[in-house]
Design a protein around this ligand. Structure first.
Ligand SMILES: [Zn+2]
Length: 571
């Protein structure tokens, strides 16, 4: 059995995430975590809310709340939605935790000791009315290139020209609209990533089988233009982790905090420490996942994220860990995703376009969404959510194929034999052929799941369900029963076992439906099938079962039209 550490990119705190965010990291990470547990591996599955930075401060101000209170509330909202989607985190932490404060300050101190930090004076725009420095994108003005009057300090959205805030004509604060701005000098800490370019390059070259999407993004940042640049790790903000060198003050950095990109990935480690604290365990319990000198050498560490997060996870976070000179566990495999689009455009948090996690759960159970999202995961290219496709996929795959099999078999058995597994009859060539076909597909399913090929896994699972349906269609116990009830009994006995088998192998995708199927079969043996023949002989004649409630209701055309209209406009 292996030990597998799994982290999902951290959802940002300033609002409820949409389905595109969900399928870009947390949901596929959950699928993999559930699969690894089902195969008997020891799993640590970690996620957290990413709580620092200017957008959190602004969202709190908009909500009329102190930022710490706002973050605490939004964390609870996101945690509740994660439970709603059946995301099986071992711990869902907070990047604002005390554990992350201490660890971030510790790593910054170690980086400084190792000569990996430089102090740089820079000029930044200060807003007198707001009483704060403004990040580039919170300065607006007229573009000197095209005349667009809402260009941002980092880029003009209209002509895409990269800008410096000082390029803007008539600059103003995007927060208050004030034009009372001045340029002030301020000192910041920079992580000297450029010095570590060769080390990072070698490390990436030594990785086996990383997806092209992951390595190509990393290589581009390493080598394009002037190559990997040093990166500021501090900001002039109130909300964040105070800059300290270990547990000591950092002269000249008073009143500053670490930049959110620096402390967010460190929370993967801190959240594991939070988990140990919550379990009443000591430090060795989390260190054996993260310190190669304390047991993490045999851990396989897998990260899940959207493609926009790849540069930080292939370069900046490894540079932080390597540069500290301490033996931290580095990632072994990065599974990255393209984007999910919504009905001919993009999901948009700011415009409220698309389906958000709370809205999704308000209209349908989690399994419906989990199945569609995972079976259409944007792996090799962007993919698109449409209501038509969602309706077709739910109705065909879940209701017609899987749900119908469960309902037909259990109801037929109840009416002819009662609510017990029937006895009598023997299995023949047709059943042997079914088991051979199931075996081939099951092994393919396992291979795809291990490789985190999510769409291929879903297709294989669907094919496994289809085999059961085709068998029943062909064997037709409802007809056989009239001439040869013994034979029909053997067929139904096999089909009831098939339901339990499907519960086990479908559980990573659709955990609630799998639980209903298993409960219906009055079993709680979730052992992964070694051989199909054994797995289909677990429920003996005389074992009682109950007919489960309808597993999946069909989505009607009226539902579809109503939802299409409901989600087309503003949230
Ligand atoms: Zn412009």
């Amino acid at each position: 059995m292996a030990r597998i550490l799994i982290t999902s990119a951290l959802p940002y705190i300033n609002g409820i995430k949409h389905l595109g965010n969900l399928v870009g990291s947390q949901l596929p990470a959950d699928l993999y975590a559930r699969y690894c547990r089902a195969r008997g591996h020891e799993v640590m599955f970690i996620c957290a809310t990413d709580e620092h930075g200017t957008p959190a401060e602004l969202a709190a101000a908009k909500a009329g709340k102190p930022v710490d209170e706002y973050c605490a509330e939004m964390h609870d909202v996101q945690a509740e939605l994660a439970r709603g989607f059946l995301l099986s985190f071992d711990h869902f932490g907070r990047s604002s935790s005390q554990r992350n404060h201490v660890l971030t300050q510790h790593l910054a101190g170690k980086l400084a000791d190792a000569g990996r930090i430089s102090e740089v004076s820079e000029k930044q725009v200060y807003s007198n009315a707001d009483g704060r420095f403004l990040p580039d994108r919170y300065i607006e003005g007229t573009c000197p290139n095209c005349g667009y009057d809402r260009a941002r300090g980092d880029q003009c959205e209209n002509c895409t020209k990269q800008l410096d805030p000082t390029d803007l004509i008539d600059p103003r604060s995007a927060i208050s609209g004030s034009t009372d701005l001045e340029v002030r000098e301020t000192k910041h800490l920079f992580l000297r990533q450029s010095d570590m370019r060769d080390q990072l390059d070698k490390w990436i070259d030594s990785q086996r089988n990383w997806p092209v999407l992951t390595t190509s993004i990393a290589k581009k940042w390493l080598h394009d233009g002037d190559g990997l640049q040093d990166r500021g790790i501090t900001r002039d903000l109130d909300w964040g982790i105070p800059v300290k060198r270990g547990d000591k003050d950092w002269p000249g950095m008073e009143g500053k905090v670490f930049y959110v990109w620096f402390d967010a990935p460190i929370e993967y480690i801190a959240a594991t420490a939070e988990w140990a604290d919550a379990q009443g365990l000591d430090d060795s319990a989390w260190q054996r996942w993260w310190r190669t000198d304390l047991g993490a050498d045999d851990v396989r560490y897998v990260q899940f994220m959207g493609k926009d997060n790849v540069p930080f996870h292939t370069l900046s976070f490894p540079a932080t860990l390597m540069g500290s000179g301490e033996p931290w566990k580095l990632v072994n495999y990065i599974k990255s995703f393209n984007y999910l689009n919504y009905d001919g455009g993009q999901f948009s948090t700011s415009q409220g376009r698309g389906v958000f996690m709370d809205q999704a759960l308000a209209i349908l159970p989690a399994d419906y969404w989990r199945w569609w999202l995972l079976s259409h995961a944007p792996e090799s290219s962007d993919s698109e959510f449409t209501w038509e496709n969602f309706q077709a996929s739910v109705n065909k795959d879940l209701a017609d194929v899987l749900g119908n099999l469960v309902s037909r078999v259990t109801k037929f058995c109840r009416s002819k034999f009662g609510e017990v597994v029937p006895e009598g009859g023997t299995l023949g060539a047709r059943e042997t052929a079914l088991m051979d076909a199931l075996t081939t597909r099951l092994r393919a399913y396992e291979t795809h799941m291990e490789a985190m090929e999510i769409r291929k896994s879903a297709a294989e699972l669907r094919a496994l369900w289809v085999l059961g349906n085709e068998y029943l269609q062909d064997a037709a116990p409802w007809s056989t029963f009239k001439s040869d009830p013994e034979q029909a009994a053997a067929q139904i006995r096999l089909a009831l076992n098939l339901i339990r088998f499907y519960a086990i192998i479908s559980r990573p995708f659709i955990p609630d439906a799998a639980a209903s199927m298993m409960a219906g079969m009055q079993s709680d043996d979730w052992t992964w099938p070694d051989t199909v023949t054994d797995a289909l002989a677990q429920l003996d004649a005389g074992h009682s079962f109950i007919v489960p409630d309808v597993l999946f209701a069909k989505i009607t055309d009226e539902n579809r039209a109503a939802w299409e209209a409901q989600f087309s406009g503003q949230r």
